[in-house]
Design a protein around this ligand. Structure first.
Ligand code: ADP
Ligand code: GN1
Ligand code: MG
Length: 343
């Protein structure tokens, strides 16, 4: 599904179907791993984002969720993606002028801002009129199920890669038991189900120099746990290096960025219960482990889900995630103290 090639004629005819007939440039854009994203420049000077949605989603569910979420946010005066047109599998958004997204944070203030942005997003969706959003991908962050899928991929071993990842599989094995913590607590009702973003990586929030922001990539907004959203912020926003950095000595979780995240999140996520607060530090390790497992699974499956630029790309990403897990494990006591300080 990754790395699909499109002709300019095809893209122009898609744009024409949305009434955009004056494109001057259509080029690949951003570093998202899932959708095919293009920036469109036009003679009129208006810019757009054109996206072909991945085939991995239930596209009708996705479209209905996106339209409901953007309408609701708009009705509450929260700046959000502006949908110009949506005809599956294609959609067009207005280009968010004046905002940028980063893949790695370079200043703690960005982490604090991103955390407040995602907390405000969760707040704004707390009163989304019923019914609940439908799950675009069921069991999306269910670590137990993600390990089951890893086991399945290792058993099938379609690309003959299993023998080369014995160490990585052992890393997961050693953490099987703790991986069920949040799943079990959600099942028993000890952790509430909320409408959450579910993909809070740092390049899914657009930041402006005046401190304003827009949360984007709303594809996975659905019922979930605030802990998964916070955990995924820690995974990407506390990382000292890129998700596919090959030099693992550069990869670790930065305490000062973690602290900025906690500060920004707790100042705005006033809805959190005691149980949720207690698991904030753990959620960072858990989600990072889960995403590492997903990269490893995709590597074993022959790279069918995430966009990849070279054959070992998913494996490199798995290595950074597991290194981040180790770094957070080593700092667990300090991270718990930081959460207590702002609780
Ligand atoms: P994916 O699901 O593949 O991650 P995203 O929706 O996150 O796709 O888009 C990929 C990237 O494109 C984002 O990280 C962001 O940099 C850029 N982008 C997406 N939507 C917009 C927009 N409306 N305006 C400007 N940039 C955007
Ligand atoms: C994907 O779509 P993108 O690039 O923002 C993925 C996330 C992973 C992330 C890893 C729908 O995010 O779940 O955490 O890659 N999104 C989907 O970088 O699977
Ligand atoms: Mg994205």
């Amino acid at each position: 599904m990754s790395n699909r090639v499109y002709s300019q004629e095809e893209l122009q005819s898609v744009l024409a179907s949305f009434g955009i007939t004056d494109p001057t440039d259509i080029s690949r854009y951003g570093s998202g791993h899932i959708n095919d994203t293009f920036k469109v420049e036009t003679k009129a000077g208006v810019r757009y984002i054109l996206q072909r949605v991945t085939d991995a989603f239930d596209k009708d569910v996705l479209k209905s969720n996106i339209l409901r979420v953007t309408e609701h946010l708009k009705s509450k005066g929260v700046k959000t993606l502006e949908v110009v047109g949506y005809e599956n599998p294609w959609r067009v958004y207005k280009f968010l002028e004046g905002y940028t997204s980063v893949d790695v944070i370079t200043d703690a203030s960005q982490a604090e801002l991103a955390a407040s942005a995602f907390a405000a997003f969760q707040n704004a969706l707390a009163d989304l009129p019923a019914p609940q959003l439908l799950p675009v991908i069921p069991k999306f962050h269910d670590t137990v199920d993600r390990i089951r899928l890893l086991d399945e991929a290792a058993a099938k071993d379609v690309k003959g890669r299993k023998a080369s990842v014995a160490k990585e599989l052992a890393f997961v094995d050693a953490r099987r038991e703790e991986s069920a913590t949040i799943v079990k607590m959600m099942e028993s009702g000890e952790i509430p189900v909320r409408t959450t973003h579910n993909d809070t990586k740092i390049n899914n929030v657009m930041l402006a120099s005046d401190g304003t922001n827009v949360v984007i990539d709303l594809d996975t907004t659905m019922p979930g746990s605030a802990l998964y959203d916070f955990g995924d912020m820690v995974r990407t926003s506390s990382a000292a290096a890129a998700e596919d950095e090959k030099d693992l000595s550069k990869v670790y979780s930065k305490k000062e960025y973690f602290e900025a995240l906690v500060k920004g999140y707790l100042a705005n996520a006033k809805f959190l219960t005691e149980n949720e607060k207690k698991l904030l530090a753990f959620s960072g390790r858990l989600i990072t482990l889960t995403i590492g497992i997903r990269f490893l699974t995709d590597y074993l499956n022959g790279d069918t889900y995430f966009h990849t630029a070279y054959p070992e790309h998913n494996l490199d990403r798995c290595h950074t995630q597991f290194k981040m897990v180790e770094s957070m494990e080593a700092q667990a006591a300090e991270y718990e103290e930081i959460v207590k300080k702002y609780s």
